[in-house]
Design a protein around this ligand. Structure first.
Ligand code: GDP
Length: 615
């Protein structure tokens, strides 16, 4: 009986799920939010919607009213107390709603423009949702743009679709199928929500129009059903506090404040709180817990309502001293009577410290900078997967000291002397300094655009370097003369050869090793460089081992100031000819041509190194 009572109690005590909206720019995220928030005056809908800081709260009554068209027979079951939707759509708030690496966003709406299908930020959002294992639905927005669509404002989508002409229905099918195929190509099974028999396997598509309101009841109902049926576990109210800083903002009259989402637990005025700061943990005391003044109360002087106590889930502004260096995306902890403040400080800082472990041990890598802890985390994860090493991280706008940090890479590895900036401002002085020092700054609001820019730059630098170094790169080969194939004994030497090992290239310097018959002393004799190669009466530039069938005629020339060598005196038909490699040429091969050599050819480099006594 006790167990039953416990179960009943926790079930009664489900908290409101937190919902984020993500998607490509211009898909209608903001418009959808506006539409969901709109109160339907004609139907005398219970107002109920409370504006919070950075979020909107929909109590159960409002949810019921907004989904009434789908519940004409009253058969729908609602178990949630309400729904909290985060107001800032996009990556930003989603990546910041985090705690110990997991997401506090319980469910997300990924918005796709039905006329455009999947776009770059759709894919990026998809990746974030998967990384954080956040359940989501897809709003296929702008259905009213299907040619010939007849709008029935705020109707259920299924009913609206059934009343469209055959050609509209057909266009809908085609476009919907294209989106499903595109999702499939990205490894995601999707299907229309009303066809979805397996929510665990298929993500639900819900067609909407933020203009006409069609499909919005369907979307809200789907959010409710998905959260209450599939995640009541994670929505059980717990007394432990779960709170995240979404934004750090300076407000006139209040100083620096933090906007937080309290997703679990209770916050009180006067609470001692701890958050992660750029220069270490910040411990301070809550001076005020604020939410916006309801619209109709505009006569009231203050823009905010003060609260003595607030229970989750809620978007709140906190005013407190010493918040200037607070980091968006940080967890917020409350120091309880039995807590050790220092321990909590260590705990909030551990999130930042975890990110520091992404820094490459070799000390070589690009520097990265992002606006918040959450977005930095997402960026670092992306760079890790993309195998781009990182040597320094920071949060917030880019200043001169950040350029200084990146500049340490100029000597070690020029192509890593870069700053990858995600969603942050770069101050003028810093930009100028970077330009002067030759530090490349990449800025983007889409993570993988940073990656693309960096990779393109890296490739360009590599190409340039290869071009510069090509004349000094010596590829390894061993040649033997084709018997009798001596065409010119000296100045220039012209002989026919076979490539016994490795790869012979035009430009390769050649040598032979002679041993004095009496003293047994080894002498390395430089013959000159291969200046031209001819095979079957055609000029060739490269001949690999086994590719010289019948022999290749090569011309070997040395500079005028060098002693020209002669057939019969310095070498003969029995001689083996070697690429004359050096320490320096090996380094160049390693640096810029590593992948141009096969394993076998690298082994030959080692062999030649020994032969030519290179240490
Ligand atoms: P966001 O960048 O994703 O927040 O997109 P917005 O909400 O700002 O919308 C971008 C543009 O698309 C605006 O001009 C909207 O009016 C328009 N839009 C958004 N939703 C719809 C819709 O359902 N139907 C139509 N026809 N236009 C829409």
């Amino acid at each position: 009986r006790i167990a039953a009572a416990m179960a009943a109690r926790s079930k009664d005590d489900l908290r409101s799920p937190i919902c984020c909206i993500l998607g490509h720019v211009d898909t209608g995220k903001t418009k959808l939010l506006d539409k969901i928030r709109q109160t339907n005056v004609q139907e005398g809908e219970a107002g109920g919607i409370t504006q919070q800081i950075g979020a909107t709260y929909f109590p159960l009554e409002t949810i019921k009213a907004k989904t009434a068209v789908l519940n004409k027979d009253g058969s729908k079951v609602y178990k949630l107390p309400g729904l909290l939707i985060i107001d800032t759509p996009g990556h930003e708030s989603f990546t910041n709603l985090r705690s110990r690496g997991s997401s506090l966003c319980n469910i997300a709406i990924l918005v796709v423009d039905i006329m455009h299908g999947l776009e770059p930020q759709t894919l990026e959002s998809l990746k974030l949702l998967r990384d954080r294992k956040t359940p989501f639905i897809v709003a296929l927005n702008k259905v009213d743009r299907l040619f010939g669509w007849k709008a029935i404002p705020d109707n259920s989508f299924v009913d609206s679709l059934s009343q469209q002409s055959v050609s509209v229905q057909r266009e809908f099918e085609t476009r919907k199928d294209a989106v499903i195929t595109a999702f499939q190509e990205n490894g995601l099974n999707a299907t229309l929500y009303y066809d979805n028999k397996n929510m665990g396997k298929y993500v639900s598509l819900v067609p909407t129009s933020a203009h006409t309101g069609e499909g919005i009841p369907d979307m809200i109902m789907l959010l409710v059903e998905l959260t209450q049926n599939r995640m009541s576990e994670s929505l059980m109210y717990i007394s432990e506090l779960e709170c995240t800083v979404l934004e750090v903002k300076v407000i006139e009259g209040l100083g620096t404040t933090i906007d937080v989402v309290l997703s679990n637990g209770v916050l009180r005025e006067g609470d001692r709180i701890v958050v992660c700061g750029l220069n270490g943990a910040i411990a301070t005391t809550v001076r005020a817990l604020l939410t916006p003044q309801p619209l109709k109360e505009l006569r009231v002087k203050s823009a905010y309502v003060h609260h003595k106590e607030i229970k989750a889930a809620m978007g709140i502004k906190i005013a407190a001293p010493d918040l200037e260096k607070a980091i968006a995306g940080s967890r917020l902890l409350v120091v309880g009577p039995d807590d050790d403040e220092d321990q909590l400080k260590d705990e909030v800082m551990s999130d930042l410290k975890t990110l520091l472990t992404s820094i490459d041990k070799s000390g070589q890598g690009v520097c990265v900078q992002a606006s918040t802890l959450g977005s930095l985390e997402a960026l670092l994860e992306f760079l890790r997967v993309s195998k781009i090493p990182v040597s320094g991280i920071n949060i917030g706008p880019v200043h001169k000291k950040d350029i200084m940090r990146a500049s340490t890479m100029l000597e070690k590895s020029k192509e890593l002397a870069c700053l990858l900036c995600f969603d942050v401002k770069v101050d003028k002085e810093a930009e100028q300094m970077a330009e002067e020092m030759g530090i490349k700054i990449f800025k983007a609001d889409i993570i993988y655009h940073l990656f693309d820019q960096f990779t393109a730059y890296h490739k360009q630098l590599t190409e340039e370097r290869r071009k510069d170094q090509a004349p000094s790169a010596v590829f390894p080969c061993i040649l033997k003369m084709v018997p009798g194939a001596i065409f010119n004994k000296k100045d220039p030497i012209i002989i026919g050869v076979d490539v016994v090992e490795g790869v012979m290239k035009q430009g390769t310097p050649l040598c032979v090793i002679n041993v004095d018959p009496e003293t047994k002393a080894k002498e390395i004799v430089y013959l000159g460089k291969i200046t031209s190669m001819e095979q079957n009466h055609k000029q060739v530039e490269v001949v690999k081992k086994g590719g010289s069938g019948g022999g290749v005629a090569i011309k070997i020339e040395c500079a005028v100031y060098e002693n020209a060598k002669t057939f019969g005196r310095h070498f003969n038909e029995q001689s083996e000819f070697y690429s004359m490699i050096s320490r320096e040429s090996i380094n160049i091969l390693k640096e810029s041509f590593r992948n141009d050599l096969s394993k076998e050819e690298w082994a030959l480099v080692v062999k030649l190194k020994a032969k030519l006594d290179i240490v």
